[in-house]
Design a protein around this ligand. Structure first.
Ligand code: ASP
Length: 422
């Protein structure tokens, strides 16, 4: 009863946030009501994201280490690994193909006023990175001193260290029994904190959405409406049709049941634009509402939050073609295949933080010789598009955990330790 009510509160909070945001944008920006209102909204939103980030690193570390240790103990690791990677790569492939196809059909950006684009280019200094540079930097960021990685909140490096620790825990067996139990208890403790933070979610998500609506530059939105519509439409196609269809075909779970269970995480992803910050809630929804076993969720979801980004992949492909149209270049098939590959790499390499896709976008543009300065035109509309792609990124992770759970089904599997304490 209580759980359902929190769920509805979050939905109401989001609707109120959008309405209040529209109201605030119509008020005089200098008036004290609007300034105080916006200040409070900003403060609440910031605190909520900070709280989520506070629990994120210990949660990622413990859930992966414990998840790997338990999966290995159940002889399941091999299957889970393979099915997770197969799922991540195939859904990202579908997403990129959707993005490229939509952009090829509708040609966003064609005939747009170039002067405005040139203005934007003049004021923007892009950091350029070549493909080998990007790849080297990506590899270099995988293995870090774990204390530094934990302290800096470098999720990818934390994931890698936790994976290695989990494997060592299994190989060491009984010898490390105490550490295994401590990590397990730590995980449960952090999940309890997540439960407390969630009680603030309705109010804080309202605050985040007010800010999202108020800070959006409406005039630019109108100029780029065709591109924005295309990106949002295609992302929704992936999120409302493709992913639910895969889920239904593999697990027979209906979309309605899935969305009811996933709603809190999807709304939080929309409001925070960060898959990593949403991770505590994603884990909670997957385990409590969708009944994904803790060991599977604890492995697939943190890995997905950093590597599986369908929304980002789709966006990067569509945006590359948009920029090509803006500058009047026609990308041929080979060039589009390069866009395909770099968009995949860029989505895997992008951390789950706001606008991360914008940084890796440079790589995609550069790989086919498009002007990287063009992201100056994409940046002002990025907050809105980021909200949509982050929700789909998180949806992809959750669908992934359900699909992997089904594929990896194993009769020997002992599901006794998976009920989440409230
Ligand atoms: N904000 C996205 C995420 O956290 C990444 C992106 O910029 O596309 O999932």
């Amino acid at each position: 009863m209580k759980k359902i009510s929190l769920n509805s509160q979050i939905l109401l909070g989001s609707l109120a946030g959008i309405l209040l945001g529209i109201m605030f944008s119509m008020l005089d920006k200098e008036s004290s009501t609007s300034q105080i209102g916006l200040y409070i909204a900003e403060l609440l939103g910031m605190l909520f994201v900070d709280l989520l980030k506070m629990v994120m690193v210990p949660l990622v570390f413990t859930s992966i280490a414990v998840g790997v240790a338990n999966l290995r103990a159940h002889q399941q690791m091999h299957r889970v690994w393979i099915t997770t990677l197969v799922f991540f790569i195939s859904t990202a492939t579908i997403a990129i193909i959707l993005g490229l196809t939509a952009a090829n059909i509708f040609h966003p950006g064609e005939g747009l006023q170039l002067p405005m684009f040139q203005d934007a280019m003049e004021n923007f200094q892009a950091k350029q990175m070549s493909l080998p540079e990007f790849f080297t930097q990506f590899l270099h960021s995988l293995f870090l001193n774990p204390v530094a990685a934990l302290a800096q909140g470098n999720i990818l490096a934390v994931v890698i260290f936790a994976l290695i620790m989990g494997i060592a825990l299994v190989i060491g067996g009984e010898r490390f029994h105490n550490i295994h139990s401590v990590l397990q208890e730590l995980l449960e403790l952090v999940l309890m904190l997540v439960g407390w933070i969630m009680r603030l979610a309705p109010l804080c998500i309202m605050a985040l959405l007010i800010k999202l609506v108020v800070t959006q530059d409406v005039s630019l939105l109108m100029i780029l409406i065709k591109f924005i519509g295309l990106v949002i439409g295609t992302i929704l196609l992936h999120g409302l049709v493709v992913l639910p269809l895969i889920l239904y075909l593999v697990t027979s779970m209906t979309p309605i049941k899935f969305w009811q269970g996933a709603r809190e995480a999807l709304i939080t992803a929309f409001a925070t634009s960060s898959s990593s910050a949403t991770l505590p809630i994603t884990l909670r929804c997957a385990e409590q509402n969708l009944f994904v076993k803790r060991d599977i969720a604890g492995f697939v979801l943190p890995l997905g939050a950093t590597m599986n980004m369908d929304g980002t992949a789709l966006y990067e492909a569509a945006a590359a073609l948009f920029v090509a149209n803006l500058v009047g270049i026609d990308l041929n098939l080979i060039q589009q295949m390069i866009v395909f590959l770099t968009a995949m790499l860029a989505a895997i390499g992008a951390p789950g933080i706001p606008s991360a896709g914008m940084v890796t976008m440079l790589l995609v543009l550069q790989s086919v010789g498009l002007p990287v300065e063009a992201i100056a035109i994409l940046l002002p509309i990025d907050r809105l598009l980021d909200a949509f792609r982050t929700s789909i990124n998180v949806e992809g992770d959750m669908v992934g955990s359900l699909v992997v759970q089904d594929w990896a089904k194993n009769e020997q599997y002992d599901n006794s330790n998976n009920q989440l304490e409230k």
